[in-house]
Design a binder for this molecule. Structure first.
Ligand SMILES: Nc1ncnc2c1ncn2[C@@H]1O[C@H](COP(=O)(O)OP(=O)(O)OP(=O)(O)O)[C@@H](O)[C@H]1O
Ligand SMILES: [Mg+2]
Length: 448
């Protein structure tokens, strides 16, 4: 998975020949043979790191190099220079002021690759520091800067206020509900209600009354009149989540509402006019459901006048550092006991390699776990429950997972409270006796 871009600048591309062939999976090398073409490349794309051979350009103009760096200060810069050039005071001064690191020519491949790796890690951290909450790239709270998400935002922008039905597809945890809320917040219906119903979470025999409402006495147990979700959404937006779970028997009723714009409560004959925009979401392929006969094709076309599809997280790796840092910043602000400042380079790399079957929701869950468990300055792969190869750590039994969690929490709270058991117990909301019992159970030595 290549996601970090490194720009190599020299007059002669051979200098870097054996660096570019490096077996690093997550670094993408590019080459520019002049300051001008480097400038062009940097304005087209964000490069994490830039390497420049000073010997090749110094005679042209030191200032040109300085302005290149000044114009692209989000990139970490590494200077390559011959021992002789490194003796020149103006060169030493510019390296000290403008570069992250320098490398003495000729190239020592191993050492330079290590320097590049560090610079890439630092670039990620810098990116996080630069992004204050609210500043992150994205669209109305939906974070993302990858090509896939930028294309998605363009589509979204076009339909947000078009007042057409929208069908949002995408795997679990990709942000379908978040998108529905963003559409509501930025549509002409923003001041009117947003009513959400998860068709998969409501027992099938209750969905009809949830949607359409009922009159008092309409059926056994209908003690009061109930306004249904459709009526409640009048003027605003009705969000039907997991629309694929809407029972086949109710699909004609919903279709009729969408065609006639009126509803009839159960147990009533009066039809009530309703005006709402419908947004529906599904994580299953509705086309398949149509083929299987569990979803009506005519309803599908009514709901999906506009189709939006959220790409899975593994198809937008570029967004992972951005999302991870934003989620971390948000969480660490609300967990003052968390001492971590960010992620290790390895953790960022591992997150890039991992498959994220649960998408953004899983990312949030793993970072939450790390914020609670991590007691170092930086969050590593293990804190995220990932191993160094970027796989989820082997699933343990629930019992083992709980025990390890408890042990961790006890140790952390002891450490955070200067080994004072009473204070640690109070922080965790248990009695001293319970705390001692748990320490005993988990073989934690009593502090002196
Ligand atoms: N691009 C994003 N930027 C910021 N937060 C996101 C993004 N995508 C998803 N989230 C967050 O991830 C969590 C899951 O998103 P959401 O509930 O919208 O997913 P979903 O597609 O509806 O999932 P499901 O199919 O399981 O219902 C939410 O907390 C949401 O705020
Ligand atoms: Mg959802």
């Amino acid at each position: 998975m290549k996601n970090r871009h490194v720009l190599l600048i020299d007059k002669n591309s051979n200098t870097f020949g054996n660096i570019q062939a490096a077996p690093t999976e997550d670094i993408n090398f590019h080459f520019a043979n002049s300051i001008n073409s480097a400038n062009e490349a940097l304005s087209r794309k964000q490069y994490a790191v830039g390497l420049i051979v000073l010997d090749a350009f110094i005679s042209d103009n030191l200032e040109a190099i300085e302005s290149l760096i000044a114009a692209h200060s989000r990139t970490e810069w590494i200077a390559l220079a011959s021992p002789a050039l490194l003796e020149v005071p103006t060169v030493r001064s510019v390296i000290a002021r403008a570069f992250y690191d320098y490398h003495t020519l000729p190239i020592d491949r191993q050492r330079l690759l290590m320097t590049i790796g560090h610079a890439c890690g630092l670039a990620d951290f810098r990116l996080a520091l630069h992004q204050k909450p609210g500043d992150e790239p994205g669209y109305h709270g939906i974070l993302g800067n990858s090509p896939a998400m930028r294309a998605f935002f363009q589509q979204l922008e076009k339909i947000v206020d078009a007042d057409l039905p929208v069908l949002i597809g995408g795997e679990t945890g990709t942000g379908k509900e978040l998108v529905a809320q963003a559409i509501h917040a930025h549509s002409r219906r923003a001041q009117a209600p947003f009513v959400a119903l998860n068709c998969g979470a409501v027992p099938q025999n209750l969905i009809q009354s949830e949607l359409f409402g009922h009159e008092r006495g309409a059926f056994t147990g209908a003690a009061q009149r109930k306004i249904g979700n459709i009526e409640a959404a009048n003027g605003g937006i009705l969000f039907l989540d997991e629309i694929g779970d809407l029972p086949l028997s109710l699909q004609p009723n919903l279709l009729r509402v969408l065609q006639e714009r009126t509803i009839t409560r159960i147990g009533s004959t009066q039809s009530i006019p309703v005006d709402f925009r419908i947004i529906s979401a599904t994580h299953v392929d509705l086309q398949k459901a149509i083929d299987n006969g569990t979803f009506r094709e005519d309803l599908y076309y009514r709901l999906g006048v506009v189709h939006l599809n959220l790409p899975p997280l593994r198809a937008r790796h570029d967004d992972i550092p951005l999302l991870a840092n934003a989620i971390f910043n948000r969480l660490s602000a609300s967990h003052p006991q968390c001492r971590a400042n960010g992620f290790t380079t390895q953790a960022l790399r591992v997150m890039n390699h991992y498959d994220w079957p649960g998408n953004v929701r899983e990312l949030i869950n793993r970072i939450t776990r790390a914020v609670i468990l991590c007691d170092g300055k930086l969050i590593g792969p293990a804190d995220l429950g990932l191993n160094a190869e970027g796989n989820a750590q082997a699933a343990r039994t629930l019992e083992e997972a709980r025990a390890s969690f408890d042990r961790n929490i006890l140790e952390i709270s002891l450490r955070n409270n200067g080994n004072n058991v009473s204070r640690a117990a109070r922080q965790l909301g248990v009695s001293r006796v319970t705390f001692y019992r748990m320490m005993n159970k988990h073989n934690i030595a009593a502090p002196h």
